[in-house]
Design a protein around this ligand. Structure first.
Ligand SMILES: *[C@@H]1O[C@H](CO)[C@@H](O)[C@H](O)[C@H]1NC(C)=O
Ligand SMILES: *[C@@H]1O[C@H](CO)[C@@H](O)[C@H](O)[C@H]1NC(C)=O
Ligand SMILES: *[C@@H]1O[C@H](CO)[C@@H](O)[C@H](O)[C@H]1NC(C)=O
Length: 462
């Protein structure tokens, strides 16, 4: 549907002879990307340091009116209706400009293998939330040779440390594999002149409509959603955490149309709810995850999250059948807990069977299965995935689906309704943006390598 919308515009713009698009304001501009190292491991637990960098996808919000430096065409989730009354005029009037100070503008700092992202940063503009994508170490600063790091997760293990001690109810950190084009869509989208170095091409399994740009065009009015296969290895705060699989019916980025500005798409190509594994929601006793020494995972301190992607042939050529999870804190390995809900097999593994049983127990329709379940995500993993790390509020559901009772009016006695101990009155943007301005997440110690006992052991010794 979106294609029909865009095509006549593209023709019209080219006939006008303008160099329009999601373009730089000036051709020599370059972004400064904070550096971040990670470990690429090989069999036998030999790891090498990759000197990489990250790019902020919110950098697109520094989308300036060509007429005046101080005017932003999009800021804090609002399009300026004077200079961006529609897609074409927005293109005529605006261009992205380089960001050189991530700390000042985004509240993002890095130190060797750690990235700290703040939720709320007020400089000359207000920045709420952050989302960064990992760049390939050979990436250059400018198009067309800037590109994202591509991961092939099948038959591999991914681990990271996370510190959510400064993330209260209503806010969340996230770490995801997403099927984003390596070049940020620049080769598919002639109107995109900037590419991966500027964080373009972002999409997700919830088909979010809050993207500023889709296929190189401004998403004025937020009527379009950008969908793509996504596996969220991590979505959590100090109170609750979950992993979520969102398969889609098509590879790469597809668009969908919202009925209302900024609303949900009527025709998403992905399982927007997804199949999740939130220990609290699976009936695990409340002392598994939370703030303080009485919890198995004490969220007042950092811990390691390990995820293994197991295939039916135990090779990267196989179909994804099982996702296995464990945690490490203070040198102790903490297995993923087994569900304790009637009708759900008590196994710590994330499989299609677990999803099917969970959907029945929780009374949800199994869109996950109708879109091919884990095998569909596995196909995306074979094509390659981009790594995103983020921090955000939830403007629609106030993060209640993660850390509270959801839907808010539902009977808390029903299986799957309680997801965490936060009140249903928490997480409203007006509250978190006032009271939780110091909120932040730290991701560090990213490791990617084969599933092996040696690799596993390295966590215990490190
Ligand atoms: C990464 O950076 C470190 C420190 O600057 C350097 O010693 C190392 O050689 C670099 N590694 C690669 C693969 O470039
Ligand atoms: C963008 O370009 C216009 C016109 O050339 C210039 O006046 C303005 O200062 C530029 N803005 C930025 C942020 O570079
Ligand atoms: C929107 O842009 C116009 C310039 O056309 C400017 O005068 C106005 O202040 C802008 N509004 C906001 C809220 O920035």
């Amino acid at each position: 549907m979106a294609r029909f919308y865009i095509a006549p515009l593209v023709l019209c713009l080219f006939q006008a002879g303008h160099l329009l698009g999601q373009r730089l304001n000036g051709s020599t501009a370059v972004q400064t990307h904070p550096s971040l190292t990670w470990l690429q491991c090989a069999p036998g637990d030999s790891c090498r340091v990759v000197n990489a960098s990250i790019t902020e996808t919110n950098a697109l919000s520094w989308y300036d009116w060509f007429g005046n430096d101080g005017i932003h065409c999009w800021e804090d989730h609002v399009w300026n209706g004077t200079i961006c009354p529609n897609v074409q005029e927005c293109y005529d009037n605006c261009g992205v400009h380089p960001v050189t100070d991530y700390a000042e503008l985004f509240g993002i700092t890095t130190s060797t293998d750690a990235v700290t992202m703040r939720f709320f940063t007020q400089s000359n503009v207000l920045n709420i939330g952050n989302s960064v994508l990992l760049l390939d170490p050979t990436s250059t600063q400018t198009a067309p040779t800037n590109k994202y790091q591509i991961f092939f997760p099948l038959n591999m293990e991914f681990s990271f440390d996370v510190d959510v001690s400064q993330l209260p109810c209503g806010l969340a950190s996230s770490l995801s594999f997403k099927e984003i084009s390596a070049d940020g869509g620049i080769s598919e989208d002639p109107l995109n002149k900037v590419g991966a170095g500027w964080g373009t091409g972002n999409c997700d399994g919830r088909c979010s409509t809050d993207r500023q740009f889709i296929h190189g065009l401004p998403n004025v009015g937020n009527m379009l959603g950008a969908c793509c296969n996504e596996f969220r290895l991590w979505h959590g705060n100090a109170v609750s955490e979950t992993m979520v699989a969102h398969p889609c019916s098509a590879p790469g980025l597809t668009t969908c149309t919202a009925a209302l500005s900024g609303g949900q798409c009527a025709n998403p190509s992905c399982d927007v709810t997804g199949c999740s594994f939130n220990p609290f929601r699976e009936g695990i006793p409340a002392n598994f995850y939370g703030v303080g020494p009485t919890f198995a995972i004490d969220t007042s301190k950092k811990f390691t999250v390990v995820t293994q992607f197991i295939t039916d042939s135990n090779s990267a050529a196989g179909a994804l059948t099982t996702i296995r999870r464990f945690y490490i804190q203070g040198g102790i390995i903490i297995p993923n807990p087994s569900p304790r809900i009637a009708g759900i097999t008590p196994t710590d593994e994330f499989t299609d069977k677990h999803c099917a049983e969970q959907k029945v127990a929780f009374g949800e329709s199994n869109v996950f299965d109708s879109l091919g379940g884990l095998a569909t995500l596995g196909s995306a993993f074979q094509r390659g995935m981009v790594l995103e790390m983020s921090i955000d509020e939830d403007r629609v559901d106030h993060m209640l689906w993660l850390d509270s009772t959801f839907p808010p009016g539902a009977d808390p006695q029903l299986p799957g309704v309680i997801r965490g101990l936060c009140g249903t009155d928490t997480g409203a943007p007006v509250d978190v943006e006032t009271n939780d301005r110091g909120a932040q997440v730290v991701f560090s110690n990213i490791k990617f390598g084969p599933i092996s006992q040696g690799f596993f052991q390295s966590f215990i010794s490190s």
